[in-house]
Design a protein around this ligand. Structure first.
Ligand SMILES: [Fe+2]
Ligand SMILES: [Fe+2]
Length: 306
């Protein structure tokens, strides 16, 4: 450009001036190029920094977005899971409660059936429903003081009302004879223990098994002179030994077709004298040691029509 200018104006500009001017211009150009390169470099650098930063920010933002999504998802999933857990827990509670009620119902029904069967046996012989209730309570008390655990004592309490169930097979003429039985009649009467056992022995239920033992052995005597098998001492199951003393204590104090109710002053010596002959001596000992409790049961479950 300078060269063209010079040639056009060669007449007005000296050659030396032109050279100086040209040289100056070259210097300025170099410097400008240098500055431009540097600027370019700086711009590139700043761009890179800027882009890198943007990039990083974007990545970070994406990550934050993702994390918050996960957290949100997790949170709502967690909440849903928690709700499901609570719902399940509620359902389970209801299920368990239903099951408990059902079990309770079954148990109550079972107890009632057993008790009613016992009462049927007793009512045929004109004994009162309270007799079996009292025998049940005495039996549990004996069992606990004898050392059986609560569960077994309760089992015996439920089973003992069945002791005379076999009496349903004994003819009325014998069962309700208002006088002493003849030897033959007594033989028939004695059959109720075996009959009761035969009726109950097939069950595998603990309650029925216990009731079978009670029916079978409640007339066995500690000295071996009882019936139906003449078992002796500890051969007689504890359920049998307990029901024997509980039944006799209650029968003596109750009015029966063949006898009046005995007074305590006659009952107590009767039982005391029969320790080791008719009754397990340990049970006789328990009876007198806790006499007040046995009498309290009797008083609480009195026969109403006396
Ligand atoms: Fe009996
Ligand atoms: Fe009885």
């Amino acid at each position: 450009m300078f060269k063209e200018l010079y040639e056009k104006n060669v007449s007005t500009v000296a050659k030396s001036d032109y050279d100086a001017l040209y040289e100056e211009h070259q210097k300025t150009l170099k410097a400008a190029l240098k500055i431009e390169r540097r600027l370019h470099k700086i711009m590139k650098m700043s761009d890179r920094i800027l882009f890198e930063k943007l990039d990083a920010n974007e990545k970070y933002a994406k990550q934050v977005k993702r994390y918050s999504y996960i957290i949100k998802q997790g949170d709502s999933q967690g909440k849903a899971l928690l709700k499901t857990t609570y719902d399940l827990e509620e359902l389970l509670k209801i299920e368990l409660e239903n099951e408990r009620l059902l079990m309770q119902e079954i148990e109550e029904t079972q107890k009632e059936v057993v008790f009613t069967m016992g009462a049927i046996g007793e009512s045929r012989s004109k004994e009162t429903a309270n007799h079996v209730k009292r025998v049940a309570e005495y039996s549990k008390l004996f069992a606990l003081y004898y050392g059986l655990d609560e569960q077994e004592a309760e089992l015996l309490k439920q089973a003992s009302p069945m002791h005379d169930i076999g009496k349903i097979a004994i003819p009325d003429a014998i069962l309700n004879k208002p006088a002493a039985l003849t030897a033959d009649e007594f033989e028939v009467m004695k059959e109720h223990a075996q009959i009761g056992y035969e009726m109950l022995k097939h069950s595998t239920r603990p309650l029925m098994k216990a009731a079978a033992i009670v029916a079978h052995e409640h007339h066995e005597r500690f000295d071996g002179r009882g019936y139906p098998r003449g078992l002796k001492g500890y051969e007689i199951h504890i359920y049998g030994r307990i029901t024997a003393i509980a039944d006799v204590f209650d029968a003596l104090g109750s009015k029966r077709v063949y006898k009046n109710a005995w007074k305590d002053e006659d009952i107590f010596p009767y039982i005391q004298e029969r320790a080791e002959t008719q009754f397990d001596p340990k049970l006789v000992e328990i009876f007198f040691e806790h006499l007040e409790e046995f009498v309290a049961i009797r008083d609480a479950l009195k026969d109403e029509f006396y």
